[in-house]
Design a protein around this ligand. Structure first.
Ligand SMILES: Cc1ncc(C[n+]2csc(CCOP(=O)(O)OP(=O)(O)O)c2C)c(N)n1
Ligand SMILES: [Mg+2]
Length: 673
């Protein structure tokens, strides 16, 4: 620490205020992580008060620089800095760290914490989201900037920790960021040699900077010097490298200033204790030992950020108004997209498909619908994890995004499902309607990112094809079984498994219009008959389930419920029962989640409570289906893993057939009588 005489410089006082507030908040909550905020305070201070273009009074300004604390456990670093620089926080909010309904939850949460760009905490996610942010910035810049009119030009700054670097997802995402040459992405790597179990050397001895250099990042190692001047210099260098992402490696000291806990894992996940805090405050020569003390001159200095940010935004707004004068249509389009609005009535003319017993795979109808949607929604972009010829998710009329060319709409994630999920989340947070596609089985590889989309209520679109044993010959390694149940058990996501092309069209409309929840679109590899479009109501997907077919002669005795490719199996079962004089209703249930949210009257109209003989049929684990078929009902589905054979043979072998459904219906009817 450098100080003039006994007085701290104003900068030091500000930095130390981040430190002391963070220590005090963790102490008061008796929970949380004090060490890393203490160590990284100079970086947060330099970024928020000197480097970043941001306006604490308008956290949604579209051209603001983004900041992502990938090391979300260091949340107090973010909260202290946001409070001090003038975001919508009070000191009381900091005192309520980790308490119910506070603005200062355990980890930064999008929508809960003013100024938090994204929810972080699961290590590796934030840095991977940042690749989506930086890509979105380049894609918006390419679409909207015009000569002498630069309306999109901002950086994405990240603080990442050892854990972020150890997690595989960050390797996937960083490799892609290097490939794409995302020059406006700047990541600080806090190499403090400490994680929870102690010295990182127990498990981590790679040369991380060399790894990033091999990813084609610009890498600077600034060692222990994290003075403001050195940080600014490193940042200027990083900003100057426009064709590569930048990694700034620094060797910091966790719990800097705490006499016994500095450089130890003891600064993890628990408060320092009053003595240690007092000693650290003395070490900083902080003017007071009173908890949550904020020196007036520090606050005043920090709060200049508000004025500075307002001026920066004003300057941008003036630029934008000049842009609007020259390019009114583009300006309106930019505003529409950055306000997360879709073009009016874009979905007035949803494609309808004629009835066709041979039909087509829902991945195939999805492909056609995607082309229709993409023509109307320019912000619809996406790609797959090297499976586009199978997932059928290319936008025909668009090119691919590649290093230096960001005007395309087709993304190639490579075989990096987890990063794909996180990058789709980042793109979605940055105003695109983005999708990522792979086989449903490999949704397992991206659960971490899907879960965060759910938690954040982000409308990320996950397209999962090859949705059952119906994919056939690739066998059990590729045949999803439990994935539907897992996804359905996850809060906030709409899991949609359309039964035919008409339902698939409605699924895409729902997905694109979503604003507050992700979508898992679950599509078949194999053909399914196309239903009579007149029998698929316009709100079939919104309602989640509907009566597809009722007996002609009298009320139904049994209800057969199918989803996706098994709607036809339910119909076949009904046909067999009819030959026996048993009257069956067939319900198509493309989305449990939506049906669950319908009012009781609608649900009872589809599943009348007095009809207790029920059968579900779905080529997947039956877990959860008793919710719909009740305790007298039967479930037809998969009990183990699949097998390698043609799809038809597998359906026979595993008993997912009209006969099996009819048999199950008879059993259920017997029980219900
Ligand atoms: C995916 C994931 N696994 C485990 C954890 C639990 N966890 C929280 S902090 C931490 C270690 C932190 O070490 P490091 O990343 O070096 O951060 P530092 O404490 O040095 O800031 C772990 C394992 C987590 N948050 N996310
Ligand atoms: Mg560490």
């Amino acid at each position: 620490m450098t100080a003039t005489g006994d007085r701290l410089s104003l900068d030091e006082l500000c930095i130390d205020t981040i430190r002391t507030l963070s220590m005090d908040a963790v102490q008061k909550a008796n929970s949380g992580h004090p060490g890393t905020p203490m160590a990284l305070a100079p970086i947060a201070y330099t970024l928020f008060t000197r480097v970043m273009r941001h306006n604490p009074r308008d956290e949604h300004w579209p051209d603001r620089d983004r900041f992502i604390l990938s090391a979300g456990h260091a949340s107090m670093l973010l909260y202290s800095t946001l409070f001090l620089s003038g975001y919508d926080f009070t000191l009381e909010d900091l005192e309520n760290f980790r308490q119910l309904h506070s603005k200062t939850p355990g980890h930064p949460e999008f929508r809960e914490v003013p100024g938090a760009e994204v929810t972080t905490g699961p290590l590796g996610q934030g840095i991977s989201n940042s690749v989506g942010f930086a890509l979105a910035e380049r894609m918006l810049a390419t679409r909207f900037n015009r000569e002498n009119h630069e309306i999109v030009n901002h950086f994405t700054y990240v603080i990442a920790s050892d854990g972020d670097m150890e997690e595989g997802i960050s390797s996937e995402a960083s490799s892609l960021a290097g490939h794409l040459g995302l020059g406006k992405l700047i990541v600080f790597y806090d190499r403090n040699h400490i994680s929870i179990e102690g010295d990182t050397a127990i498990a981590f001895s790679e040369d991380t900077p060399a790894r990033y250099a091999a990813y084609d990042w610009d890498v600077q190692d600034i060692g222990e010097d994290i003075s403001i001047a050195r940080l600014e210099e490193a940042l200027a260098t990083a900003q100057g490298v426009t064709d590569k992402p930048s990694l700034i490696v620094m060797r910091t000291h966790i719990a800097y200033g705490a006499p016994t806990k500095q450089d130890t894992a003891g600064a993890h996940g628990s408060p320092l204790g009053d003595d240690e805090i007092r000693a650290a405050k003395r070490f900083y020569r902080f003017p007071s030992e009173e908890p949550f003390f904020v020196p007036e001159e520090a606050l005043e200095h920090f709060r200049k950020t508000i004025e500075r940010g307002a001026a920066q935004q004003r300057e941008w707004t003036e630029r934008f108004e000049r842009y609007r004068a020259d390019f009114p249509d583009l300006a309106a389009e930019f505003e529409r997209i950055t306000n997360n609005q879709r073009p009016q009535n874009w979905d007035a003319d949803v494609p309808r498909f004629d009835a066709d017993p041979k039909g087509m795979a829902t991945r195939k109808s999805s492909e056609q619908i995607l082309q229709w949607a993409a023509r109307q929604i320019p912000e619809l972009i996406g790609g797959s994890a090297d499976l586009a010829p199978s997932t059928l998710t290319l936008i025909d009329e668009a090119s691919s995004v590649d290093r230096g060319t960001y005007d395309g709409r087709n993304l190639h994630f490579g075989i990096r499902e987890h990063a794909m999920g996180a990058i789709v989340n980042g793109l979605t947070l940055h105003n695109f309607r983005a999708y990522g596609a792979t086989f449903l089985t490999f949704s397992d590889y991206m659960k971490g990112a899907i879960r965060l989309a759910c938690l954040m209520r982000l409308p990320s679109i996950f397209v999962f094809t090859h949705d059952s044993i119906g994919l056939g010959e690739d066998g059990p390694t590729h045949q999803p079984i439990e994935q539907l149940a897992h996804l359905r058990a996850t809060p906030n996501i709409s899991v949609i498994r359309p039964g035919d092309a008409n339902e698939a069209a409605l699924a895409w409309v729902h997905a694109i219009n979503a604003t507050d929840h992700p979508i898992a679109m679950v599509l078949s590899r194999q053909n399914v008959p196309t239903l009579d479009p007149a029998s698929v109501p316009h709100d079939a997907v919104e309602r989640g389930a509907y009566v597809l077919q009722d007996p002609e002669d009298g009320g139904p005795q049994v209800i057969l419920i199918g989803t996706g490719s098994e709607v036809q199996v339910a119909l076949a079962g009904a046909e067999l029962l009819k030959a026996d004089g048993i009257r069956a209703r067939v319900v198509s249930m493309p989305c449990w989640d939506h049906f669950q949210n319908q009012d009781q009257a609608y649900r009872d109209s589809v599943l009348p409570p007095n009809i207790r003989a029920r059968v579900s049929v779905e080529a997947a684990a039956t877990f959860g289906w008793h919710q719909w078929v009740g305790d007298l009902g039967e479930t037809v589905g998969m009990e183990g893993f699949g097998a390698s054979a043609p799809a038809g043979a597998l359906y026979e072998h595993f008993g997912i057939t009209g006969e099996a459904v009819a048999e199950a219906a008879r059993r259920s009817l017997n029980r219900a009588q």
